[in-house]
Design a protein around this ligand. Structure first.
Ligand SMILES: [Zn+2]
Length: 232
């Protein structure tokens, strides 16, 4: 026991200080009025906020069907954020071209929500534009994939579920990865092929997937195949 901590005055000061901190932390936080989807929220006094560096499957796009795992991602963000008070931090770009505020979102308990979504596998690191946590977010995504969390553990391309075939257990065993493929390839929500980054057949929202998983469930796109180094 340290004498200072036992001293009644010190204890009283400590308690007063703690209450001060709690009051300060509770009061100025900004209220999340609504969660729009997995990576977009509406914050009191700010408006529409897009979480920086994370992309979750689409649920509310007017012209596109709900993407696989979109509902789960949306529900996860709702659980974390709806009607909570948050602290926002910003990076270099304060708004995107749709007028949404770009922010890092923190809960009172210190939870870094942008990172948490990726770590738990409810979204992937969105690295099209640079941001200061990019390397960390990439690493979180790798860990989530390696541990098959959230969307990385489930069957991508949800409609295949209906066939009742066993997609999960055979992953990584039956098909070899063709030579020359990178560790990650891309699929689309409706297609049956997998692609290299940049293929013209990819939609505007390609879904990244570990290659050893993609080869179990998808066929290599014939255009992308021509971009692979030829086997001797
Ligand atoms: Zn392709």
């Amino acid at each position: 026991m340290r004498p200072l901590l036992c001293h009644p005055f010190a204890v009283r000061c400590g308690i007063a200080f703690l209450f001060g901190v709690l009051a300060a932390a509770a009061a100025p936080g900004q209220l999340v009025e609504r969660v729009v989807d997995g990576d977009t929220i509406i914050v009191e006094g700010v408006g529409r906020v897009r979480l920086i560096g994370v992309d979750t499957p689409e649920t509310v796009h007017p012209n596109r069907p709900v993407e696989f795992f979109g509902k789960e991602a949306s529900a996860f963000t709702k659980r974390l954020l709806e009607e909570k008070r948050v602290r926002l931090e910003y990076d270099q770009e304060r708004q995107d071209r749709y007028g949404r505020t770009l922010a890092y979102v923190y809960l009172d308990d210190g939870t870094f929500v942008n990172a948490e979504i990726i770590r738990r596998g409810y979204g992937h690191a969105y690295t099209r534009f640079p941001f200061r946590h990019m390397e960390a977010f990439r690493q979180f995504e790798r860990e989530a994939r390696d541990n098959r969390r959230g969307l990385w553990g489930a069957v991508v391309g949800g409609r295949d579920d209906a066939s009742g075939s066993d997609n999960r257990s055979s992953a990584g065993t039956s098909q070899d990865v063709p030579a020359g493929l990178p560790g990650t390839v891309y699929v689309t929500k409706t297609g049956r092929k997998y692609h290299l980054d940049g293929c013209r057949f990819l939609s505007r929202s390609p879904i990244p997937m570990p290659t050893n998983e993609a080869v179990q469930r998808y066929e290599l796109c014939s255009v992308c195949a021509t971009r692979l180094p030829r086997e001797p």
